[in-house]
Design a protein around this ligand. Structure first.
Ligand code: IPM
Ligand code: MN
Length: 363
């Protein structure tokens, strides 16, 4: 009997459906090459789902995700104008994405900041600063901190409007993300940067206490401490000094976007959101409503998310490696899409780019 994996596909909003279509082409090619089968269930999710189903994370979608072995998710979010037609608590970030992360407790977010030699001209950095390429893994805690803490707002005794949001972590939540990071560092260059703000935040003081306990179990990994603002500065002139970086939720949100700038575009950043039982995979970029439906968006980050899924959820490392190689080969052939222009490459549409990736896979 052949192996079969159930995948919930959440196309999302904006450019989500068109880039997902290309990711599905790649999945089908891999299925026939590897002799496995992928059982795909499409389900509504995001702002569009609110208008069609009354909820941005409909119950039917929750059931499909519950039953899947892994989830492949496109970007979500509507234009500012359209978002205003959705009640605040149902807006896709608050009503769908954060609840998805919470439901499956996907605490470990891997964001590879990866630019191989064939793609170096996408980066705004001068070539001599990145002669070796860029190859960092940012590991972001994804289900704690400010994004999930208690929130309160109102009017105080002096009649002033106020807001309070809390940044909560317990030691178990800190330990598990640090362990993931040390394991990743051990698989790679054995260098881990821990990003914190312990000169100000008590959450970082606890982070560092737990860090020294966890580090004792990884004497083979070199640990370096860096304050978050200093990390933002250091990343720009010399990204090559970093290999694996670990940080809490909001620091990771911000620094991973900064890293997207180093690559030249967040369109070059897939991601994996790993939970103990279930994981989901998504591009790090948004739904780009301004170019949606035009067939100009690059599907790289969606196809890269497929590669991460094959590796991390299905143990198909070799197939994942072939997808990365195919993506590199397509750019090396001098092909790109209108949203990712560099190096005088020939511009093709989203679907044609996906076809090139499938062709490269079949070489
Ligand atoms: C990301 C996104 C989300 C986040 C938004 C859409 C809620 O920016 O995945 O980085 O802040 O986590
Ligand atoms: Mn973000």
């Amino acid at each position: 009997m052949s192996t079969s994996f159930r995948i919930a596909i959440l196309e999302g909003d904006g450019i989500g459906p068109e880039i997902t279509r290309e990711a599905v082409k790649v999945l089908r090619a891999i299925a026939s090459q590897e002799g496995v089968s992928f059982d795909l269930s499409f389900a509504p999710f995001g702002g569009g789902a609110y208008f069609s189903h009354g909820h941005s994370f409909p119950q039917e979608t929750q059931r499909i995700c519950d039953e899947a072995d892994a989830i492949l998710k496109g970007p979500i979010g509507l234009s500012h104008e359209e978002s205003k037609r959705i009640p605040v608590e149902e807006q896709p970030e608050r009503g769908a994405l954060l609840p998805l992360r919470k439901r499956y407790n996907t605490f470990a977010n891997f964001r590879p900041v990866y630019l191989p030699p064939e793609l170096l001209d996408f980066s705004p950095l001068r070539p001599e600063r990145i002669a070796e390429g860029i190859d960092i893994v940012m590991i972001r805690e994804l289900v704690g901190g400010l994004y999930f803490g208690a929130k309160e707002s109102g009017t105080d005794a002096a009649g002033l409007r106020f807001v309070r949001e809390s940044l909560d972590y317990d030691e178990a939540e800190i330990r598990r993300i640090l362990e993931v990071a040390f394991e990743e560092a051990r698989r790679r260059r054995k260098l881990l940067h821990s990003v914190h703000k312990s000169n100000v935040l008590m959450s970082s003081v606890l982070w560092n206490d737990v860090l020294s306990e966890v580090a004792a179990g990884y004497p083979d990994v070199e640990l370096r401490h860096i304050i978050v603002d200093a990390a933002a500065t250091a990343l720009i002139p010399n990204p090559g000094q970093f290999d694996v970086m670990v940080m809490e939720n909001m620091f990771g949100d911000i620094l991973s976007d900064l890293a997207g700038g180093l690559l030249g575009s967040l369109g070059l950043m897939p991601s994996a959101c790993i939970g103990a039982e279930k994981s989901y995979y998504e591009p790090s970029h948004g739904s780009a409503p301004d170019i949606a439906g035009k067939g100009v968006a690059n599907p790289y980050s969606m196809i890269g998310s497929v590669a991460l899924m094959l590796e991390k959820s299905f143990g198909m490392d070799a197939a994942a490696g072939r997808i990365w190689a195919a993506l590199r080969a397509v750019f090396a052939q001098g092909v790109t899409t209108a949203d990712l222009k560099a190096g005088g490459r020939r511009v093709v549409g989203t679907a044609a780019f996906g076809d090139c990736v499938v062709d490269a896979l079949e070489q």
